[in-house]
Design a protein around this ligand. Structure first.
Ligand code: ATP
Length: 212
């Protein structure tokens, strides 16, 4: 069965925490492809700092030409807020039922899952892959403890419905920290790819607005 991994995020900006996780998940689960899916107007988060076009461009620059990671811009082509469950439905409609889908989430995102639109339908459509995230010492909600007890698996065997917890190289990097560094005039170099940093510099992203 073909295996497709999906890593959604605001990528505001994309950094090595995302990219290293993507590479390691791809290898550990022997995925045929791993798609990075920038989100348009995240329903459950503050509005991002860079435009959708800029965030997409940074993801493309980060991934480069190598072809081991793909970029899927379907959520940016939509007019409405992009609920993950709807994204998975469009992917299922396109790829069919004979493909195993793996939705990758950091621990912080996983702990927030009960706030997501139709979150209980997600496992009908995909497996969940949960990654540890240093510096996010969040308590898992009771409802997710039950879900973990019922659905955890060590090996991916099904097209959907399993939860797989993976450990990867811990990288305590966040987009929030990178935005704060740039806003303070400090360098975020070596937390994200040089091509992305050059883009941020050239476009003047994340600097304090001079109009205020
Ligand atoms: P922000 O700081 O703006 O909230 P972020 O760094 O958390 O951004 P997102 O684009 O929100 O980045 O993250 C997309 C996905 O990647 C989420 O599931 C998140 O948990 C995961 N993720 C982000 N950074 C890391 C990291 N350093 N290690 C593991 N997972 C990560």
């Amino acid at each position: 069965m073909r295996r497709v991994g999906l890593l959604g995020g605001t990528f505001d900006p994309i950094h090595f925490g995302h990219l290293r996780s993507a590479v390691e998940v791809r290898e550990q689960l022997q995925l045929d492809e791993l798609r990075l899916i920038p989100s348009a107007r995240p329903p459950h988060r503050d509005q991002p700092g860079a435009s959708a076009d800029a965030r997409l461009r940074m993801v493309e620059l980060a991934v480069g030409q190598q072809g081991d990671l793909q970029v899927d811009d379907r959520e940016l082509r939509r007019e409405r807020p992009s609920y993950t469950v709807e994204t998975l439905e469009t992917l299922r409609a396109e790829l069919g039922t004979e493909v195993a889908l793996f939705m990758v989430l950091g621990w912080d995102a996983f702990c927030g899952l009960p706030g997501w639109h139709r979150w209980e339908d997600l496992l009908q459509l995909a497996n969940l892959v949960v990654l540890q995230r240093p510096d996010y010492d969040l308590e898992v909600p009771e409802v997710l403890k039950d879900l973990l007890a019922a659905r955890s698996a060590s090996q991916p065997e099904r097209s959907h419905g399993q939860i797989i917890c993976l450990s990867q190289t811990p990288l305590a990097i966040s987009a929030t920290h990178i935005r704060a560094l740039v806003a303070a005039g400090a360098s975020p170099r070596f937390l994200l790819p040089d091509a992305v940093l050059d883009y941020i510099d050239n476009e003047g992203l994340y600097r304090p607005s001079t109009e205020d």
